[in-house]
Design a protein. Sequence first.
Length: 76
Amino acid sequence: MIGVPFLDLKHGQCKFALGSIDDPPALFCGEASATGSPYCAPHHAICYPPRPRNERRGRCDGPQPGRMIEATGRGW
């Protein structure tokens, strides 16, 4: 973490705010961003943790009552 003021951040630098959650952000990480992310790899992992396999792409563990409809338009 370099600690870069917001106005000094350049394209390709990590925009993860440093400091306490109670304080307004004054400095940002500034390390090289991961491809396709505004954050470096470690901060990207914090902001976008991997989801459990059953939550990816809208999948669920099984049928959800009230969400499935037969071809006739009636609920199961």
